[in-house]
Design a protein around this ligand. Structure first.
Ligand SMILES: [Zn+2]
Length: 148
């Protein structure tokens, strides 16, 4: 009884931060679930022989088909500010978050430009798109990549 009350009291002031931390942990890391899901879908379409976190090109793309000069980025919706999900900024420490997000999106843009200059094709795949229909994404990627 006492415990229950204690937990409730402790939780009530921070629901927003909790939501934020959940999103953060869901989107961080280089071997996240959406990435694994997409790789599996790619393999099922015959797209094999990719490199992961390929370090020899800018931005260390998540999935690279090196000989075809194709880089695929799997972007977490929260961190990379997905245009489909349109997450609101966290309420707390807004200045910090806005700066952080701006930095991330600016870096993403720069990476795309650098890769383009090097003659690479880039594809940005959003986490929510993978959750929705990984198979369709893989199919589109396969027709783009295998045709060249
Ligand atoms: Zn999204």
């Amino acid at each position: 009884m006492t415990d229950k009350k204690y937990i409730r009291d402790k939780r009530s002031p921070i629901p927003k931060s909790e939501a934020v931390s959940r999103m953060m942990s869901a989107n961080k890391g280089s071997d996240t679930n959406p990435e694994r899901t997409l790789r599996k879908a790619l393999r099922s379409k015959g797209l094999i022989g990719y490199r992961l976190n390929y370090k020899k090109v800018p931005g260390k793309p998540d999935i690279c088909f090196v000989s075809k000069k194709v880089a695929i980025f799997v972007n977490g919706c929260f961190w990379h500010r997905c245009p489909h999900c349109n997450y609101p900024n966290p309420k707390h420490n807004q200045t910090y978050w806005i700066q952080k997000f701006n930095k991330t999106t600016a870096r993403d843009k720069r990476t795309q430009e650098q890769l383009k200059e090097l003659g690479w094709r880039t594809f940005v795949i959003w986490e929510c798109e993978i959750k929705k229909d990984a198979d369709k994404i893989a199919e589109n990627l396969a027709s783009e990549i295998l045709s060249t």
